[in-house]
Design a protein around this ligand. Structure first.
Ligand code: FMN
Length: 109
């Protein structure tokens, strides 16, 4: 996805690996500035792609934490958001994408 976006004229794309971020759980004191940096980055983006593996029939816990750190109402509100899922099973990442879509819509994204 990132390679495809970067291949387009006039399009820049920044990949964020949430595994490299120190994000607080809701209600916890932020361990650093990563949550604020993530919200700023998303606020400034024209559009966002959220990607998750399917884990135990749902989205990965780190992607849920990312969405939780985007605020409620979410900084995704009003932006085009594309969802990308990968899974090992024959029906693909349908269940994780349904759950992720519901979360994004609930936050106003
Ligand atoms: C903890 C865990 C739970 C998983 N649960 C599911 C699942 O419920 N359904 C599924 O299709 N794949 C499941 N998988 C497989 C992952 O979706 C798959 O490994 C992931 O998409 C990455 O692909 P790769 O292992 O080929 O790199 C699970 C993998 C792990 C590690």
């Amino acid at each position: 996805m990132a390679d495809e976006l970067k291949s387009r004229d006039g399009v820049s794309c920044q990949v964020v690996d949430p595994g490299q971020l120190r994000l607080p759980f809701p209600g916890q004191k932020a361990p650093g500035e990563d949550g604020e940096k993530l919200r700023m980055l998303v606020s400034e983006a024209t559009g966002v792609v959220l990607a998750t593996p399917e884990y135990h029939g749902s989205l990965s816990s780190v992607m849920k934490l990312v969405v939780e750190n985007l605020g409620f109402p979410s900084v995704l509100a009003g932006k085009p958001v594309a969802l990308l899922g990968v899974a090992a099973g024959q029906i693909g990442a349908i269940k994780s994408l349904e759950a992720l879509e519901a979360m994004v819509r609930e936050g106003g994204g």
